[in-house]
Design a protein. Structure first.
Length: 458
């Protein structure tokens, strides 16, 4: 079931972490030691447990965080002596998973809650949102969405009795709204000001009041790392960022300066911390869209990926999972390019767990690089560029599920846009099979089954 509240986690109260005083019954037995793992340490008592964690833990075991006696005191008071002693017995392991197995929260989440409750200033709590959800976290991602003025989809919406909700099939709306985290590519500027960039063929802006449509669709976060958010210059970009912030809508991929543009958004869900970061490769030969610098507003660019890879590495050091959203590729080309492959390799090496791309205005296939699923492009989702309604096109949702045991499962949910409406396809629809078959024919490393579930080819 969808979370009831999504709010910026800024309330600094000790009660978040200290909701109880005793050990949680039965929680220790949930961790099963694998035969290939090192032998557990012998822990004499609680004092020995603390000393072991503080003095003998690997950096990976404590998530790279500077944990101290105060942190251990809070965890002990919440989960009990026996749990912290059991955790300490695994301190010579490189994995921090034992924290999650024994407390239901990863070391990154425990550290975040500790810093939030104690007000530690050295740890950034900004851009972090808490999601209420079940043990499995469901994330849905779409391609391009636009509420721009004077285009066919927006004009169609404005003539519908129920507005934006008449532009998606009922079952698709339910899917979007039921996801724990729903993300779109916001392919236009929210502004009534500024001037269209001179010489650019297509420029898109929509009235800032239309930002409320995001909530109607169940959107939880948007990417603004694209080649249209700057269509109305610095004024349009700043208005867009102001509009999203006023609506309390998280965004990634652009900012009033480089430091802002680099910031990931973090979600705390089911005891895990998930980072989402975004950047654009586009434009590759033109320069309409301004790149953020130390002094200039703009988008975060990754044509040369060094800075963005640094963002991914930092996100990886502070979270359990990193989802990377690149705007890349060649418009109208269903085949991903060597440039995308090279960027994907750099993202994977920097720590990406999932890569979900966009920009091409058509679907590109899914591949695996190592064990990382890559959706090369989701294309258009609900998008048009002129006042003339576009021809029908295939689209869909990329779905990522993170299970209780930490497994990442990927799926593709086929959809179709037709005459102003994007609808969820039924498995018996010919278009459903056509999309799956087409994506499979273009993939060399992934297989999408008839239910949309994606596995790595052996």
């Amino acid at each position: 079931m969808r979370k009831c509240n999504l709010g910026l986690a800024l309330v600094l109260t000790c009660s978040v972490l200290l909701s109880g005083c005793g050990a949680k019954e039965g929680i220790v037995s949930s961790f099963n030691l694998k035969e290939s793992q090192p032998k557990k340490l012998q822990i004499a008592d609680l004092g020995d447990a603390w000393d072991t964690i503080l003095n003998n833990s690997t950096k990976e075991f404590i998530g790279g965080h500077p944990i101290d006696e105060s942190f251990l005191a809070l965890v002990t008071s919440e989960y009990g002596d026996s749990v912290i002693e059991e955790i300490a017995s695994y301190a010579n392991f490189e994995t921090p998973d034992i924290w999650y197995e024994l407390t239901g929260k990863s070391i990154h989440v425990l550290w975040y809650e500790y810093c939030k409750s104690t007000g530690i200033q050295s740890y950034s709590l900004g851009n972090t949102y808490e999601i209420d959800c079940d043990d499995e976290v469901v994330l849905d991602f779409t391609g391009d969405i636009s509420f721009a003025n004077d285009v066919a989809t927006t004009e169609y919406m404005d003539h519908q009795i129920n507005g934006i909700t008449d532009c998606f099939s009922e079952d698709l709306l339910e899917e979007m709204r039921s996801a724990d985290i729903m993300m779109i590519n916001n392919e236009f500027a929210y502004t009534t000001r500024g001037a269209a960039l001179e010489g650019k063929a297509y420029t898109f802006r929509g009235d800032p009041s239309r930002v409320s449509l995001l909530e109607e669709l169940g959107v939880d976060i948007v990417s603004v790392a694209n080649n249209h958010v700057f269509d109305y210059g610095e004024t349009g970009l700043k208005d867009t960022l102001d509009t999203l912030e006023d609506a309390k809508m998280p965004y990634v991929g652009a900012g009033r300066n480089l430091e802002e543009a680099k910031k990931p958004v973090y979600f705390i869900a089911a005891g895990k911390k998930i980072a989402i970061c975004s950047a654009t490769q586009i434009e590759r030969t033109l320069n309409f869209t301004q790149e953020a610098t130390d002094t200039l507003p703009g988008v975060l660019k990754c044509l040369h990926p060094e800075i963005f890879c640094g963002v991914i590495r930092e996100a990886k050091a502070n979270s359990d999972y990193v989802i990377v959203i690149p705007h890349w590729g060649t418009e109208g080309n269903a085949n991903y390019g060597e440039d995308q492959i090279n960027l994907a390799r750099s993202f994977v090496e920097a720590g990406a767990d999932v890569i979900i791309g966009g920009h091409t205005h058509c679907l590109q296939t899914v591949e695996y690089m190592d064990n990382v699923p890559i959706f090369y492009s989701l294309g258009n989702y609900w998008f048009s560029i002129t006042g003339e309604m576009p021809a029908d096109y295939h689209t869909g949702l990329a779905q990522i599920k993170i299970s209780k045991d930490g497994q990442i499962d990927a799926a593709f949910i086929p959809c179709e846009f037709s005459s102003g409406v994007t609808r969820l396809l039924n498995k018996n629809d010919k278009a459903y099979s056509d999309i799956i078959d087409s994506l499979n024919s273009l993939s060399s490393t992934a297989k999408i089954d008839k239910k949309g579930h994606i596995t790595k080819k052996q």
